[in-house]
Design a protein around this ligand. Sequence first.
Ligand code: NAD
Ligand code: IPM
Ligand code: MN
Length: 347
Amino acid sequence: MLIALFPGDGIGPEVIAEARRVLDALDLPGLTYEEGLVGGAAYKAKGHPLPPETLDIAERCNAILFGAVGDFDCDNLERHLRPEQAILGLRKALGLFANLRPATLFKELADASALRPEVATQIDMVIVRELNGDVYFGEKGMRTTADGKREGYDVMSYNEDEVRRIARVGFETARARKGRLCSVDKANVLETSQLWRDVMIETHKDYPDIELSHMYVDNAAMQLVRNPGQFDVIVTGNLFGDILSDQASMCAGSIGMLPSASLDTNQKGLYEPIHGSAPDIAGQGKANPLATILSAAMMLRYSLNMPEPADRIEAAVAKALEGGARTPDLGGSMTTQQMGDAVLAVL
Ligand code: NAD
Ligand code: IPM
Ligand code: MN
């Protein structure tokens, strides 16, 4: 089994290093690793955020463990050369359309949540975010209007097949959990969302055992903070899922805690923390590596069919937190490496 390691920019390499140490400590038979350049690091070395060599590794491997991309030095490049195109390009090229972002509060972190502990401890949800469509991948550009004003535009659209396949992932995810699926849209304003809602209702006919509800995204943002415990599985589009998952992370303690899996129709997946390259803390040993370590656990479970070591990693993270391990985002003073050490000590 070949695992591609794409550390990327900012804190990416720091958090990937800790995940790699955890994987090495498990001493799993048959795993090999190949590193590739992505993001600003790839642009600076090769002139492109997703060079052909990297894409080649991505196509050959069984799973990708991804750090983060994003480098403010690159923010004035033409859009197709910006670091973020590496992750968007991989998602599209590999058909990784289903993004699972579990948000669960480790009970030891109730005091780290932005919410009151009695509200925060109720959080146990998965956000299923569509990843290959929406306003992210529609026609976009800059133009000049008739009266000479600059105008930027990005077309939002979904076709019914795209909605149906993510709907199925949503229903299946709910079926493996508590059986409740909340579809989040903006059907009161957007045609894209009206189609989304129609297809959710149609697809529900194949999943009569699942309770389907619908919520407008503005209300969902409010409900996430008011009563996050009401959600089991949320299914939503690319843009709304991006925003709501960062919000859910803070309810669950820290953005440094949330892992994610981006899956195709088979077993192949890209695994990454939901956070970015965090330029404000890069190179200072302040990054929390747990989201990446937990992403490695998701990788073992979903792409490599190794549920037992995945459980071991998750249990070790819980145990390390129980023992008081805290990086600054969790109100402590441990370095990235010390947090890695704390997990390794339990393993
Ligand atoms: P960010 O997630 O990088 O950082 C937001 C805030 O959270 C920062 O204060 C940061 O220090 C903190 N933070 C993030 N991860 C942390 C961790 N593991 N431990 C402790 N604190 C952490 O978002 P941003 O600042 O909006 O974006 C920075 C860059 O990252 C941008 O270039 C953006 O495009 C990119 N980005 C990339 C990805 C990705 O690669 N998947 C995701 C989001 C943002
Ligand atoms: C994420 C990130 C990406 C997204 C960016 C870096 C393109 O914010 O993975 O959540 O918007 O999908
Ligand atoms: Mn995001």
